[in-house]
Design a protein around this ligand. Structure first.
Ligand SMILES: [Zn+2]
Length: 173
């Protein structure tokens, strides 16, 4: 006990004494040492703490005594897990392709096998009247014929306001 009392609590003040003590007793004189960085706060070396510190020092007691930090210094020294800043960068060709594929996958599928409804405006009078309400269906014929509908195949049921005939005969309705 007398010998132990001579050992300073700060291992840096007398490293040799600490190491000799450890060699003789296979344990440290105190269960805490002084932080190697701030040289002010203690680093607790009890049980698991001691095992970790020793492991970090590669099993070398001297290295451990010289390189163990207190909790605060450890936190300050530890490499911070960097949050990646949202860097705007140019997308690679592959990423663009991936995005296009994603959009494609999420798009509602168009059923190509679904039968297409064909409306024959020549036969379906009701549909013809409906579809031509606000527009001329055959402006090509209309314009080619001096803005008349005489030659248009749907002229009978067309309800477009532009409808007019050269020959009153056709618009007999
Ligand atoms: Zn410290």
């Amino acid at each position: 006990m007398a010998k132990q009392k001579k050992i300073p609590k700060d291992q840096f003040q007398n490293m040799k004494l600490w190491l000799d003590y450890h060699k003789e007793n296979n344990k440290l004189p105190y269960n805490e040492i002084i932080c190697c960085k701030c040289k002010a706060y203690p680093a607790k070396l009890k049980g698991a703490g001691m095992r970790h510190a020793l492991k970090a020092a590669g099993g070398n007691i001297e290295v451990m005594l010289k390189s163990t930090m207190c909790k605060d210094c450890k936190i300050l020294t530890l490499p911070k897990k960097e949050k990646k800043p949202p860097v705007k960068r140019i997308k690679t060709q592959e990423e663009i392709y991936e995005e296009i594929e994603k959009i494609r996958r999420e798009m509602p599928k168009i059923d190509l096998n679904k039968p297409r409804i064909t409306i024959d405006l020549n036969k379906d009078k009701k549909a013809c009247a409906e579809f031509t309400k606000n527009m001329c269906f055959r402006p090509d014929i209309y314009l080619d014929n001096d803005r008349t509908c005489d030659y248009c195949s749907i002229n009978e049921c067309c309800s477009c306001d532009l409808k007019r005939f050269l020959t009153k005969k056709i618009s007999k309705k």
